[in-house]
Design a protein around this ligand. Sequence first.
Ligand code: ADP
Length: 546
Amino acid sequence: RAAQTGVIQATPGIHLVQGAEDRMGFLMMLPVYSDPSKSAQQRQDRLRGFVLGVFSVAALIDALQARFPEVLQGRVLEVIDHTDADRLLFRSAAPDLSPMSGWHAPVMMPVAGRQWSLRLRNLDRSSERLSWVAPLVLAFGLLTTALLTLFLRGVLLRERQVRREVESRTAELRRSELESRTIVETAVDAIITIDTQGLILQFNPAAEKLLGFRAEEVLGRNVKVLMPDPIRSEHDSYLQHYLRTREPRVIGVGRETTALHKEGFEVPIHLSLGFAPSPEHPMFVGVLKDMSREREASLALQKARDTAEQASRQKSAFINTVSHELRTPLTVILGYLPLLKNTQQALAPAMVADIADQMSQSGQHLLDLINDVLDFSKIEAGQLRLMPETLDAHMLVEEVLERFRLQAEQKGIVLENQTAQHGLFADPRRVRQILINLVGNAIKFTQSGCVKVLSHRDGKQLVLTVSDTGAGIPGADIYEIFEAFHQVDNSSTRKVGGTGLGLTITRQLVELHGGHIWVDSCPGEGSQFHFSLPLLDEQQQRRNNS
Ligand code: ADP
């Protein structure tokens, strides 16, 4: 009825289970709607439930008696509910009064949708006029009304309090949710949460940056998409094992591992994993720290260590080679000395000339070797300064080839200068040294055929090529011959000797000029060493002419 009428309704009298004695009481039901502003008809569908109040009739009368003690003194009061059938709700002091006579006329009063009546009689059967009936009824009416008002006010207050509490809790929840969302969204480290099936629940912006996926691309997908093999294939069983045994392998302990980027490459990460065992939403929280820099730094360190170790090995090899190379011409010189010192047996002048020749060649070789070593350390220490000037490429090549002409003829090798006349702006002493090294090597490693020097322009640079028809360089060595002390390990190298420094110095000299050096070679057919040098530009040319 409360639902139908939309107003508070009382039940018929009921026996209350509250309290020790079996007391008569009634319930009041107040319907509650989700939208109280609507009309009664519209409110019907918005009924959310009832507020229920439990009242004891005796307690009601007790309160009445306390207010009006003289009115009920020596009298019997009855409260009867007439709504469905007449039912006695209350009777004060209940001696045997049957048959019920001497009652004053009852007063009817409506109570929350029901019809109650009150009636009184004197215990001493006197027929005194009940002039106090009217105030009593009024008092009873006031009391029930006050009761109802208090009840309603209590309900309303409680509802308002509940609403306020709900609002403040909601605000608090919203704030704490905002706080946690802000923390997750602004975290520098990637944060990924998954449920117990491995499905991704959260993927913060740092995770997007680290792994290249946008959150909407991975939310709801299995976290395995972010893992490379073999971790990927073992992940399900890790998860199940943990949920079954709660035995932590990774959880609670950080470890270094790799994640899979959207582009397919692996990203080194440090992973800290935690488990939130909430009964409704248990989940795993992973914090991924990008370790790329650390990994790079450690690789760089490893590389630096390897390079240092290699350099140290090379230095030892160099000392060996250089000592050996220095000893050879010295042995020649020292070997001839006893012959020259021998006063007993004078040598023929032609013989002395020949020995002097041999000693001079060995001395020159020794000097070249020492110069090489000195140049190398000077360049390494950054102390070699160029003295560039204008020079003619063709003439410089001609001068260098001239030096080797005799040596080449002896081996039956033809020397050709096919360079055009180009103005260069370079240090003549150092360009000469570059050409001597390359042409010298070409003749050294060529048994027959020809060695030629060619040139062509390439933008603001002149490319010079020293080409031979000699042994050639195996593919494996081609990138390393410009490294210090590197020699191709074959019989021809062993036969002709050398320090493995010539090409290193040559490369450094070319690079000091702002040029490049590279080689094309076909083993058994010959090699072409190309290097570029700065051409004399028009401005310099004009300055020189003036
Ligand atoms: P080296 O003093 O040993 O000649 P280089 O640095 O000048 O030192 O040369 C390094 C190595 O490169 C040589 O030992 C040789 O094996 C190879 N090489 C250089 N030039 C040539 C060439 N024209 N033909 C074949 N091999 C060459």
